[in-house]
Design a protein around this ligand. Structure first.
Ligand SMILES: *Cc1c(COP(=O)(O)O)cnc(C)c1O
Length: 398
């Protein structure tokens, strides 16, 4: 690839998805220019956030919205806003003095890890989680019981990270919450659908600006005007450490506007062509099967699932993922499920020419029996969520 990143950093080929550890996503020229242009100006941040609110409202159908540092920050601020309302004294008292309605109901199967524990984004506001149901089953009555008088919000998570069966669906979740007069916050950080969750009964919905939207690092909070205002108020308190800059708001606004006119069908077709290319490259290799799989939360995006029969191939999925990541130009695959014997190839972040590089690298590695025989197994690294990278960082003066 000709366009290497600045500072002499190692170029990567990202076929894993929108990953924080890889810099999330790539922005269009328009987004980059809007971000850069804002750096040369002073602005009234409330005015800029009002502008963002209008664009967010247009895209999501919400009454209002604002931007913050990340979706994770958006969850903390939304939870905090539901506890304090428009009382600045109470906002300033968080997280130590959360007041009498300091609990947040969450289905146990939704308490996931997205790079950090979801529960922690709630607890940062000073709130306490009330888990509803068990990991693989939450009944209507379990959820109802969790919505006691101390509960100020109920959090619903839409993600491939959550348990995908036995959970109360959003429209039912919202009905039960409404009966208890509890607002519903939806974490939709990684979802393409900007309208459906509010339409299904969410009072607040949270998106990442830097995932599919391709904006600068940012979080979007949208929904009921009173709750959006209460969440925004938290910038005088816990939100300070979650501050978003003018430049990121400007870029995220352009990313949102571009979403309206994006050629979704054309992009889907290009992604499909990459999957076909990779399938063809893997065709006929003993011990390797590949099939397109739909996104688990219904995003209009298919990935290629590559299943490895370790007994036939002499290497397992974790070793192969690891070998691809160790190339001179690393290829980072989606490895959440390597312990099940498979990895996935995600086509949504490819630059021109990279699909071909991935196809030939796969074919080369998976037909090289000598190299395959020497690959390590690396199940612990994926399971430990990349923590090893933090533990070794800074070692040896790196
Ligand atoms: C990515 C993700 C987050 C965190 O998003 P950031 O904007 O990176 O903070 C939260 N929840 C879910 C479900 C996610 O996928």
């Amino acid at each position: 690839m000709t366009d290497a990143p600045p500072l002499g950093l190692t170029p990567l080929i990202n076929v894993s998805g929108t990953m924080t550890g890889l810099g999330a996503s790539i922005s269009s020229r328009a987004v980059r220019e809007a971000t850069a242009a804002m750096m040369g100006h002073f602005v009234n941040m409330h005015e800029l956030q009002s502008h963002a609110s209008q664009v967010i409202g247009r895209l999501t159908g919400a009454e209002a919205g604002f931007m913050t540092a990340s979706a994770s920050a958006g969850i903390s601020l939304a939870v905090a806003g539901c506890m304090t309302g428009m009382d600045p004294g109470r906002a300033e008292g968080l997280p130590c003095n959360p007041g009498p309605r300091s609990k947040v109901a969450v289905q146990l199967g939704h308490l996931c890890h997205y790079g950090a524990p979801l529960s922690q984004s709630v607890e940062l506001a000073g709130a306490e989680i009330v888990p509803a149901g068990q990991s693989t089953l939450c009944t209507d009555h379990s959820l109802r019981r969790a919505m006691g008088p101390e509960v100020s919000s109920a959090l619903y998570v839409v993600s491939h990270h959550v348990v995908h069966y036995g959970q109360v669906p959003l429209n039912r979740f919202a009905e039960i919450a409404r009966e208890a007069d509890v607002p519903v916050i939806v974490d939709a950080a990684s979802e393409y659908d900007l309208r459906g969750f509010l339409a299904d009964g969410a009072d607040l919905v949270i998106y990442s600006g830097h995932k599919f939207l391709g904006g600068p690092t940012s979080g979007i909070v949208a929904g009921r005007r009173d709750l959006v205002r209460a969440a925004y108020l938290q910038n005088i308190g816990i939100g300070r450490g979650m501050k978003i800059g003018k430049e990121s708001i400007a870029g995220a606004i352009v990313a949102l506007e571009a979403w309206e006119t994006r050629d979704h069908a054309g992009i889907r077709e290009r992604e499909r062509a990459a999957l076909d290319l990779w399938s063809a490259a893997l065709e006929g290799i003993d011990g390797v099967t590949a099939r397109p799989v739909a996104d688990p939360t219904g995003n209009p995006l298919d990935r290629l699932e590559v299943t490895i029969d370790a007994r036939v191939l002499g290497a397992d999925a974790s070793g192969i993922a690891c070998a691809l990541a160790c190339r001179e130009t690393p290829i980072i695959v989606r490895n959440h499920e390597v312990e099940l014997g498979c990895f996935q190839l995600d086509p949504c972040n490819l630059k021109p020419g990279q699909a071909e590089v991935v196809a030939s690298a796969l074919r080369e590695l998976l037909t090289n029996h000598e190299a395959l025989g020497q690959l390590p197994k690396d199940l612990a690294s994926a399971r430990n969520g990349g923590t090893d990278g933090y533990l070794s960082w800074g070692d040896a003066g790196e």
